[in-house]
Design a binder for this molecule. Structure first.
Ligand code: NAD
Length: 370
């Protein structure tokens, strides 16, 4: 079924794209999709702005290096915020205050106060805010949702969601030796790719968190972002325990997202190889009590072949496109996105608290609710 089925027919939504690097993924998709039109572009770096301006064919008058000037100019319905995470709270909130809807890249913000600012602005203005947590929209998880809804796994009791992705080149500039913004991001802060799908599939939220990990043997010049590895343990309102391992420096190729859900009647998990480049398939394991004697090897598609050809232009199979369509659905319906400001909080704040716990020797800490 089309993702925006059931809502009013789509009009053309005019968007301003902010941040022209990762932003070009959503830029390429919105540019290709007839239900969107990019009418403005903003990037603080003049060269990045000019390069993507050419790709989009935008007039100089619609391109901005200053975010405030973009908001003042208007001429769009929504902003797609793809800037470094420390800017998300201010840019998302001020866009909603100026009367625009927002789709924001992950994570929602780098502080609890920043997340609160987004929640407050969205609730006060009534504007649609959506966290573009694209891992939630992998075709894989549509299948896991059916599996969980069928009851075959029983009740979820335990989950794992590791994200192992060495990006030393994005922490320290190899030419200048200068730290970049990700050097100030503790690895466990970047938690929504991991926790997002688990919380979405279980309809749950995290109430307590603890974290450990402070060693810097691999990239000592990489700031807190260069911490070798961090481990977070989370407890949910429904009593599920979630374990998350996270590093942005430990060597491993291919990088992986690893997910595991253990229920009272069986388990499902992705493998630890990750999809082969060019192969739109994620492999994994499934065991359902009473259905088979042993654990079975299974595979799930990474590409939804019902989408148009341009749906892979964002990257990540078709999950970026599906993410954009979720935003479209919320805009068309004039309502909340599935991953709205409250769920954005649920998927972001636990990692911020786990990082605080790691600073305090791994103490259990309550996770505040939005
Ligand atoms: N969902 C995913 O799979 C995925 C993948 C990569 C990055 N991201 C997210 O996308 C966002 C951007 O990441 P990136 O890798 O493109 O970062 P980046 O630092 O490579 O690029 C950010 C761009 O924003 C511009 N910029 C910086 N400050 C700005 C400001 N105040 N106003 C306007 N423009 C500004 C920079 O000039 C740059 O072009 C982050 O939130 C990151 O977590 C998500």
């Amino acid at each position: 079924m089309p993702v925006n089925a059931g809502s009013r027919p789509s009009r053309v939504w005019r968007v301003a794209l902010v941040g022209a690097r990762r932003g070009s993924s959503y830029g390429n998709l919105t540019h290709a999709d007839p239900r969107f039109e990019i009418t403005a572009l903003c990037d603080a770096n003049h060269d990045s702005l000019a390069a993507y301006q050419r790709a989009l064919g935008l007039d100089d008058s619609r391109c901005f290096t200053e975010y405030d000037a973009l908001l003042a100019a208007g001429g769009f319905d929504a902003t797609i915020v793809c800037t470094p995470i420390p800017y998300h709270a201010e840019q998302s909130a001020s866009a909603m205050d100026a009367g625009f809807h927002v789709m924001s890249e992950v994570t929602a913000a780098n502080t609890v106060d920043g997340c609160a600012k987004i929640v407050e602005a969205a609730r006060r203005t009534g504007k649609t805010y959506m966290l573009a947590e694209n891992t939630c929209h992998r075709p894989l998880f549509a299948e896991w949702r059916r599996l969980l809804d069928s009851g075959r796994l029983g009740e979820p009791i335990y989950a794992e969601a590791d994200y192992i992705h060495p990006i030393p080149q994005l922490l320290v500039d190899a030419d200048t030796g200068q730290q970049m913004w990700r050097a100030e991001r503790p690895p466990i802060h970047y938690c929504s790719h991991s926790l997002g799908p688990i919380l979405m599939l279980t309809g749950d939220r995290i109430v307590r968190a603890m974290g450990i990990g402070a060693g810097t043997r691999i990239l000592p010049e990489g700031g807190v972002g260069g911490v070798d590895v961090q481990l977070g343990v989370f407890e949910t309102a429904k009593g599920v325990i979630i374990k998350m391992t996270r590093t942005q420096v430990a060597p491993r190729h291919r990088p992986i997202h690893y997910y595991h859900i253990q229920g009272t009647k069986g388990f499902v998990e992705t493998d630890r190889l990750g999809p082969e480049p060019g192969s739109p398939v994620q492999r994994g394991l499934l065991y359902v009590e009473g259905e088979a004697e042993h654990t079975q090897q299974v595979e799930w598609p990474e590409v939804d072949t019902t989408y148009p050809d341009y749906a892979t232009k964002g990257g990540h199979g078709t999950s970026d496109y599906h993410t954009l369509l979720r935003f479209l659905s919320a805009l068309d319906a004039g309502g909340k996105a599935e991953i709205d400001e409250t769920r954005a909080w649920d998927m972001t704040v636990p990692g911020l608290i786990a990082a605080e716990s790691a600073q305090n020797g791994g103490a259990w800490m309550d996770v505040p609710q939005a």
